[in-house]
Design a protein around this ligand. Structure first.
Ligand SMILES: *Cc1c(COP(=O)(O)O)cnc(C)c1O
Length: 391
């Protein structure tokens, strides 16, 4: 039953922070050099797979994240696909991913011919729960010739892909230790966490590789786009080769030494990315201010709180999230309905991956926390420019 009290309080608190409706969930902002760089791109006629902005965007991202090498690609899903392939994920393998994620994480595993194995999340980070996963692996796997084998399916569990939900870093120290102990390769899905740091180091730079997304709704956008981060020069070289049709360098011949992918980021998109990256520090400041305003506005509401960055972490606050107390989970639908009817765009978190028809029969551990979180989280309007509205 809808409780008009809490629904009203939430509606009022959101209005107080974001101002008059309509308000979108997340809008991009182009207030810097976007027009200038795009014009330069058009004037040069290098709008597609050749041009200086791709190299510059990769170099700028490397400087910003601290990754030694960056390969820009068409989108975050493609970045994950290639990262997993280069991590050795292939047909017949299993890959551990959170059930609470966007479908791209699961799809990238499937593109490699591998099977998803769903993992529970923790309340504190909204990401993979290292203690529960360790217990699950201890109870259900064995080591054979240095490989982690799922005793129930007989398949090799090749890797682990933690995801930094809404920009909040997962417990990387514990997950890296787990990956080491169980011989799993760790690839970070950092699609949501550009600008987020774990103990002072940028997310996406802890695993063998990490991936970013610059989709239209992310913290910065290239229209569509993604990137692979790695410190390994050989992996970076192979990633570049595979994402550019595996073409061998030659003055005129079209020779390809593998089945490559046309995953390269076009110069036009990279031009937009260079300008957006310049604006990123400002976006991050605004998003943090918006978080503080939400936190203040919700501080007196019983049974509802704003998700904050885990201790020791610096979050980009990509999407702000309201978390209902377990006893108020029954108000999620009513709050979603009332806010959207009022023109304040809010959204539930994604349907859990294990509930989607293509992934229903995949192996999974007990998903109690993910199920509970999915029933209690509500994303709030999160555009950086909302922080500039008069409170
Ligand atoms: C956005 C996102 C991606 C990548 O999405 P693209 O639209 O392909 O760039 C991957 N994983 C997660 C968790 C995401 O939120």
């Amino acid at each position: 039953m809808a409780d008009p009290d809490i629904v009203d309080q939430v509606l009022k608190a959101i209005r107080q922070v974001v101002g008059p409706a309509p308000v979108a969930l997340h809008e991009p902002r182009f207030a810097g050099n976007e027009w200038a760089y795009l014009k330069e791109c058009l004037d040069s006629t290098f709008v597609s797979s050749v041009g200086k902005f791709v190299d510059r965007f990769e170099a700028d991202l490397a400087a910003y994240t601290g990754a030694k090498h960056v390969v820009a690609v068409v989108n975050g899903t493609a970045a994950l696909h290639i990262a997993l392939k280069l991590a050795g994920v292939g047909a017949g393998d299993e890959v551990l991913i959170p059930a609470l994620t966007f479908v791209a994480t699961a799809n990238a595993v499937a593109y490699c011919g591998a099977t998803c194995h769903f993992v529970d999340s923790e309340e504190r980070t909204l990401g993979v729960n290292p203690q529960k996963l360790r217990e699950h692996l201890r109870a259900t796997t064995e080591q054979r010739n240095g490989l982690c084998v799922n005793r129930a399916t007989g398949r090799v569990i090749r890797g682990l892909v933690p995801m930094h939900t809404f920009g909040h870093p997962v417990d990387l120290d514990a997950l890296l230790a787990l990956a080491r102990d169980y011989n799993l390769v760790l690839v970070e899905d950092a699609a949501e966490s550009l600008g987020s740091a774990y103990h002072g180091r940028h997310t996406g730079t802890f695993g063998l590789m990490g991936t970013l997304s610059f989709n239209g709704n992310k913290t910065i956008t290239t229209g569509g786009g993604g990137a692979i981060l790695t410190d390994d020069p050989e992996l970076a070289r192979t990633a570049k080769h595979l994402t550019t049709t595996a073409k061998l360098s030659h003055r005129w011949a079209f020779a390809h030494d593998q089945i490559g992918y046309n995953y390269r980021m076009p110069n036009l998109n990279a031009a937009l990315g260079c300008a957006q990256l310049e604006a990123l520090p400002g976006f991050l400041e605004s998003k943090r201010r918006l978080f503080e305003r939400y936190q203040a506005a919700f501080s007196h509401i019983q049974g509802a709180s704003i998700v904050r960055e885990p201790d020791g972490c610096h979050s980009n606050y990509w999407l702000h999230a309201l978390r209902l107390a377990p006893e108020r989970a029954d108000q999620q639908e009513a709050i979603l309905a009332a806010t959207n009817e009022a023109g304040l765009m809010t959204r539930p978190v994604w349907n859990l991956m294990n509930t989607l028809s293509p992934y229903r029969s995949c192996p999974a551990m007990a998903l109690d926390s993910a199920e509970s979180l999915a029933a209690r989280l509500i994303n709030l309007p999160s555009s950086a420019h909302l922080a500039e509205r008069a409170a």
